[in-house]
Every structure is written in structure tokens, then in C-alpha cells.
Ligand binder design. Structure first.
Ligand SMILES: [Zn+2]
Length: 294
């Protein structure tokens, strides 16, 4: 599916957050539904793997979400995803083609249905608009701790925050989710991609020899959400220049059996901020001339 459709869906989510007056995190999808007269119905248990859905039966649509996974971030993301089906062009029509009710499956799906992916990107943009996410990520705490802070402030899951961080991090960062010996997915920020000619880590391929691979050998590390940080290099993971050192920060994501690995470094972050400062001071030094230098 075209990447630009996903970008548009994300930007649409960001726009709704702004239109509804959210200038700081967290953005509240329940409040947004209220302003659109959408009824929200918590459901204790639906079917396994079902996170929620939207019904276009009445004059006003209603959204339901599963409460059996007792996790605020998960439930907010579900409601935001369903709002995507309401706000995004063509979604209600697409859903009404087959039935009045649409059922969504768990989490930030890596699924193949186009409206599901679009609704996920809408939710991601709605809950973590670029400006607000960049501001949080740029507040000085880098890597996994920065992602944890973003997750906390936006009330999103660590995984959703990590994916968003890789999209809009102000310094080079890559995130990788793995399961057992294999890579589930990997995203790199624009700054990270420009560190060299890098290999793209593909879904379903084995993890390289690494601390993450070792970590995943013990399922308890994953289940109990243990943390581990090791030094690695761009060469070890991405076939990039070996002199670029990275922190490999690893955390078990609990019962789903996934592991999150974050690649970043203080040195790379400092460089990125210095470049930004240089740009800013150039702008500053020019401004007076334009303003008063006649
Ligand atoms: Zn859906």
C-alpha cells in the first residue's frame, strides 16, 4: 500500500488533535469522541484478539473497546484507531459495504488490510502529534528513557511511543521489535538513515549475534520486562561504519513475548542538537540585518 496514504492518515490524526484544542500531551480520544457525539461503550470481554470496533448503525456511530486487557494505553489507542475509521475519508463507506459493524484486532497492527493500517497511523498521529512528540523527545533524555517519557506523557504503550519516536526523533534513533530469534520489525529515524549506507533489517529474518539475541534466549527476560544496555556499533547491526558506536538498550515487553531494542547514542544526539543550534544562530545573526540593517 502506498506510503503516502499512511502519512496522510497520520497527518489527519494530528490535525484533529489540533482542531480539538490539544496543545499539550496527553491527547484524550475519549473527549474527542464526546465532541462528535460518538457513544463509547466499554466491553468486558469480546472475542480473543479483538481490541474494539465501531458501529455505524444509528444516527451517531458508537465505538466499543475491550476492557479485558486492563491497560490504559492499549484502550486509548483502540479508541483512537476507531476514531480513524470515523474521520478518515472512505472508511465509513468501506465498512458499510460489508456490514454496519467493524471489528478491529489488537494493537498497532502490522496487518495487511489498508484501512486497519491507516487507522493505526491516524491513532499514532492523533495521540502523539509530531510537534508535541518532538518537543518531548528533545527535552534532553535520549534513547529508551526518552521513549518511556513520551509513552508516559502521551499515555500510550511503549511500543506505540517507540514507533512514533523512530518517525520523528530529533536525533538519530532506530527501534527494533523482536520475538525469540527473529526480527518482527525495525524503524529508523531520518537522522539515523543518513549515518551511512545501511542495511535494512527485514521482518522475519534472524537477529544478528547481539545482546538482544542473547537476551531473548531467556523467555523470563521478556516476560518480566527486564532491561539491559550494551554497547554496539553501526557495523554490528546495520553494516554501517564501525566507528559509530551505539547504545543497544533492550527491554522485555511482557506477556506478548516481544522485545524492544533502541539504538541511539549521547554523542550522536549532541551532534544533532549542535547542528540545530548552528542553524538557529545563523538565522538569528541574519535577522537583525533584515530587520534593521537598511
Ligand atoms: Zn479497525
Amino acid at each position: 500500500m502506498a506510503k503516502f496514504r499512511l502519512t496522510m492518515a497520520r497527518q489527519h490524526g494530528e490535525r484533529i488533535a489540533t482542531e480539538k484544542g490539544f496543545e499539550t500531551l496527553p491527547v484524550d480520544p475519549f473527549k474527542i469522541a464526546e465532541t462528535e457525539d460518538i457513544m463509547i461503550v466499554p466491553k468486558p470481554a469480546i472475542a480473543k484478539g479483538v481490541s474494539g470496533g465501531i458501529i455505524f448503525d444509528e444516527d451517531y456511530p458508537s465505538i466499543f473497546y475491550a476492557t479485558d486487557i486492563d491497560n490504559d494505553g492499549y484502550q486509548r489507542f483502540t479508541v483512537a484507531h476507531e476514531l480513524g475509521h470515523y474521520f478518515l475519508d472512505g472508511h465509513p463507506e468501506e465498512i458499510l459495504k460489508s456490514s454496519k459493524m467493524h471489528i478491529s484486532r489488537a494493537g498497532f497492527s502490522q496487518g495487511d488490510s489498508s484501512i486497519e493500517l491507516e487507522a493505526d497511523h491516524f491513532a499514532s498521529g492523533l495521540l502523539m502529534p509530531t510537534l508535541l512528540a518532538r518537543k518531548e523527545l528533545g527535552s534532553g533524555v535520549i534513547g529508551l528513557s526518552g521513549i518511556e517519557a513520551l509513552a508516559d506523557k502521551s499515555k500510550c504503550s511503549l511500543t506505540a511511543a517507540a514507533i512514533r519516536a523512530a518517525e520523528c526523533s530529533p536525533y538519530p534513533m532506530a527501534i527494533l521489535v523482536s520475538e525469540g530469534p527473529n526480527i518482527s520489525y525495525c524503524f529508523m529515524s531520518e537522522g539515523f538513515k543518513s549515518l551511512g549506507k545501511l542495511t535494512f533489517l527485514r521482518k522475519g529474518t534472524p537477529l544478528p549475534d547481539s545482546a538482544t539475541r542473547e537476551f531473548n534466549r531467556d523467555p523470563e527476560n521478556v516476560a518480566y520486562g527486564r532491561h539491559l544496555t550494551q554497547e554496539t556499533s553501526l557495523a554490528d547491526w546495520f553494516d554501517g561504519p564501525a566507528h559509530i558506536k551505539l547504545d543497544e538498550e533492550i527491554v522485555g515487553l511482557g506477556s506478548f513475548g516481544h522485545t524492544l531494542t533502541v539504538f541511539s547514542s549521547d554523542a550522536l544526539a549532541e551532534n544533532a542538537y549542535e547542528e540545530e543550534d548552528e542553524e538557529a544562530s545563523l538565522v538569528q545573526s541574519y535577522t537583525p540585518r533584515f530587520a534593521y540593517g537598511r
